[in-house]
Write a protein that binds this ligand. Structure first.
Ligand code: SAH
Ligand code: SF4
Ligand code: F3S
Length: 495
């Protein structure tokens, strides 16, 4: 049998991006090659997301489009991995008949064997699912069942700790601190597909961080669905996220430390204090509000009110005023009235978010909301609210970004800008909807510079011209212009 040449397509959140790295590492360790071009591959893997119908549909339609190729190449193996695998389980076959391997998030370490089994027996798909949840949204206070994941987690830990520094961009690595979720927000499929909350031990996290930093990582992002609920019990003592951050930050040569995503309910004064006491911690807080209406928040089962959310942000800004706060919002949640939506707009005006993701509510099978509430906001109204909120988010972010013009900021360079040479209409310094192409200045072009993209400590995107080999480094740049999503800058020192 010819050796495996696998191609991986990834959808969904940062956790999936890390999972895709683990899949690649696991395959390489088994002797397979991981290729960039799907046409070269004999194994096509899709790391899928089920959080909204749209994310699922994209994966299913990309897999469906492989029908003709599969007929031409009967040996081609198609694997559907991650959250959608667990969401559909055995029912996946009717939705995606071309799939040969179905593998849930907790079982990814077994992938080489699963692929091998699928290649030797082509009759039926090979299915590896996680244990069903010990609790459901109908009994959220009876959560548990983490024990059933212990063996699979240990296997994943080993792959994660051993993997080489790849990461989302040069010098930046994601590190899992918590798997699963026990919050059962009414709309959310994640607790069903990622299983119960499990915190990794501080020693496992530290070992991984040291290895990654030893290989050149300068920025680490700690990952968990509600990362600030982290709690590891060892020898009768509990380590919380603040304690873990203090330990991780002692790693020599680690410049920037982030942790996402924070749940407002679990934000404590102890955690807020790390923004002041731990220099490596970036002034960036991703803490989704989801809505500004107490009635909607209650129906979402978010367990806080808008004013509690405001208090938690104030607690963090109280210790470090320049913290950039980012949020997620869902518009058109069942029963969301015009007044509820107005309350969300108010929250955005008050909180001055540096960034916010806006999603249209998508009912997900198996969630409390899908089973108990009617999806009663018409799609046209969801679209309208989505646009209105997005426009406001951009307006506020644009105003906040403008305050950076004339300042020197430190940028962690990710690499070449994915959309080079775009600049908001010159002179206005604000986003007008019209973008014009600005050629790289002659002096920069003749030195072989390109437009680079990086992030400020507060996670704002910065573009500037510079040499490509700055990727993974930190440089100071002077901000000369801005738009709602981007700061435009020049290198502060001549190179
Ligand atoms: N664990 C993270 C969120 C993970 S899902 C947290 O709690 O912050 C990412 C975002 O998708 C959520 O914050 C929410 O805004 C959105 N989302 C989740 N389920 C959704 C649904 N059914 N419809 C629309 N948006 C949804
Ligand atoms: Fe979903 Fe809520 Fe868990 Fe986030 S905290 S993953 S929104 S259930
Ligand atoms: Fe999607 Fe799973 Fe992440 S459902 S958002 S990929 S945890």
């Amino acid at each position: 049998m010819e050796p495996v040449r696998a191609h991986i397509t990834t959808y969904g959140c940062q956790m999936n991006r890390l999972d895709a790295e683990l899949v690649a590492e696991r395959l390489r360790a088994s002797g397979a090659r991981v290729v960039d071009d799907p046409a070269e591959a004999n194994v096509l893997l899709f790391v899928t997301c089920s959080v909204r119908a749209h994310a699922e549909d994209r994966a299913f339609s990309n897999i469906g489009a492989l029908k003709a190729r599969k007929r031409r190449e009967p040996g081609l193996v198609i694997g559907l991995l991650g959250c959608t695998a667990q969401q559909y389980g055995d029912r996946l076959r009717s939705r995606a008949p071309l799939v040969d391997v179905v593998c849930a998030p907790g079982r990814l370490a077994e992938l080489p064997q699963l692929i091998q089994a699928a290649r030797t027996n082509r009759a039926a798909p090979v299915v590896a699912l996680d244990p069903p949840r010990g609790a459901t949204h109908t009994q959220p206070d009876r959560v548990g069942g983490a024990e059933a994941f212990a063996a699979a987690d240990a296997a994943l830990d080993e792959v994660e700790t051993r993997r080489p520094l790849g990461g989302p961009s040069p010098g930046h690595a994601f590190v899992t601190v918590m798997r699963g979720c026990d919050n059962f927000c009414a709309y959310c499929v994640v607790p069903n597909v990622r299983g119960p909350e499990r915190s990794r031990t501080p020693s496992a996290v530290l070992e991984e961080v040291r290895r990654l930093v030893g290989q050149g990582a300068r920025q680490i992002t700690l990952l968990g669905q509600a990362v600030n609920k982290y709690a590891s019990r060892q020898d009768g003592r509990t380590c919380d996220l603040a304690g873990l951050i203090e330990k991780v930050a002692e790693t020599p040569n680690l410049a920037r430390l982030r942790f996402i995503t924070n749940h407002p309910r679990a934000m404590t004064e102890r955690l807020a204090a790390v923004f002041r006491n731990v220099p490596a911690v970036c002034p960036y807080l991703h803490m989704p509000a989801q809505s500004g209406s107490d009635a909607v928040l209650a129906r979402m089962k978010r367990a806080y009110t808008a004013s509690e959310y405001i208090d938690r942000v104030a607690m963090v800004r109280g210790v470090r005023p320049e913290v950039a706060v980012a949020s997620d919002f869902i518009v058109g949640f069942p029963g969301e009235t015009a007044e509820d939506f107005e309350a969300t707009l108010d929250l955005v005006r008050r909180m001055r978010f540096s960034h916010a993701f806006v999603f249209k509510y998508s009912p997900r099978p198996g969630t409390f909301a899908a089973e108990h509430y009617e999806d009663d906001v018409p799609m046209a109204e969801k679209r309208r609210r989505n646009q209105v909120l997005l426009d406001l988010v951009r307006k506020v972010a644009g105003q906040e970004n403008r305050r950076f013009i004339g300042r020197t900021v430190n940028v962690f360079v990710e690499g070449p800008s994915p959309h080079p040479n775009l600049h908001p209409e010159k002179g206005t310094g604000s986003f007008s909807g019209r973008m014009e192409k600005v050629p790289v200045p002659f002096s920069a072009a003749c030195r072989g510079w390109l437009q680079l993209r990086g992030r400020t400590p507060g996670n704002r995107i910065v573009v500037f011209d510079g040499p490509a080999d700055l990727a993974g480094a930190e440089v100071d740049v002077e901000v000369v212009d801005s738009s709602p999503l981007t700061l435009f800058a020049h290198l502060a020192q001549a190179m």
